[in-house]
Design a protein around this ligand. Sequence first.
Ligand SMILES: C[S@@+](CC[C@H](N)C(=O)[O-])C[C@H]1O[C@@H](n2cnc3c(N)ncnc32)[C@H](O)[C@@H]1O
Length: 260
Amino acid sequence: MIKKLSSFVEKHRTPMFLRRILPRRIGQKLKLLKTRILENSFQEKGSAYPSIHLTKEQIERGEYMKHIGGEENEWEERGEFQFKLLKALGLQKNDSVLDYGCGPIRAGRYFIRFLNDRGYAGVDYNESFIEASKYIVSKDASLFNKNPFLDWFPNFDLEKLKTKFDFILLFSVLNHCSLEQRKTFFREIISAMKKNSKLIITHAHWFNENYLEKTLYVSKKISHIKEIENLLGGPIEGWKGIDGLDTPKLMLPIILLSKK
Ligand SMILES: C[S@@+](CC[C@H](N)C(=O)[O-])C[C@H]1O[C@@H](n2cnc3c(N)ncnc32)[C@H](O)[C@@H]1O
């Protein structure tokens, strides 16, 4: 009986079969499940971020790209997307940006070029990504002339920054963190925020208001891809990912937080 059942499942386990035989509502639930499985696999990957070590040669060969979703193929689109998103949310040349969990400045390069001198700070708890960021900057005058601040932040040491930012972006960062890390972040980030700072967090499916400790409030929530496309004035490029599973939907919701 079990043998029969497993050969049946083996034979028919394609998504096409599931879509054909199951009613639409079950199909939708499966889609959601697929998204959750994908998110969880990213979380597992995320928890491995501190243990990724790259040699100088690997950095020079650009191997850091392999460790960030979308990899080489969508490096530019996904970097530029973050820049376009913040511009659409009001980013100006003379603003300051903290890119928390900046990775190897996939988006940072766009911010640095656009912002005034010393306008950009990128921090990450992966030391190799910070090394890679410094290498990338050192090779490009349009970047090193702008004196970006890049630093290894193993422990949410936000006081170390001794400055406050107009925009703080966490693009696919807190979804890779534990509950405790998220709580620490929301406690510490206040010291880097001005009265009108905008804190933008993507991939925030895990979020609930209990994190906010009466110091922050949700000033905007983007829950649908159409809202992003309307903001940007066109379709989102990239995010085809491996097997087309890594969809822009994973970015949602995107939340904007402000200081009370
Ligand atoms: C999916 S990558 C995104 C990188 C970058 N934001 C981008 O979009 O190109 C997640 C990044 O968050 C960093 N990260 C995760 N947890 C962190 C933490 N607790 N503190 C600092 N960085 C963290 C990882 O090292 C990694 O660079």
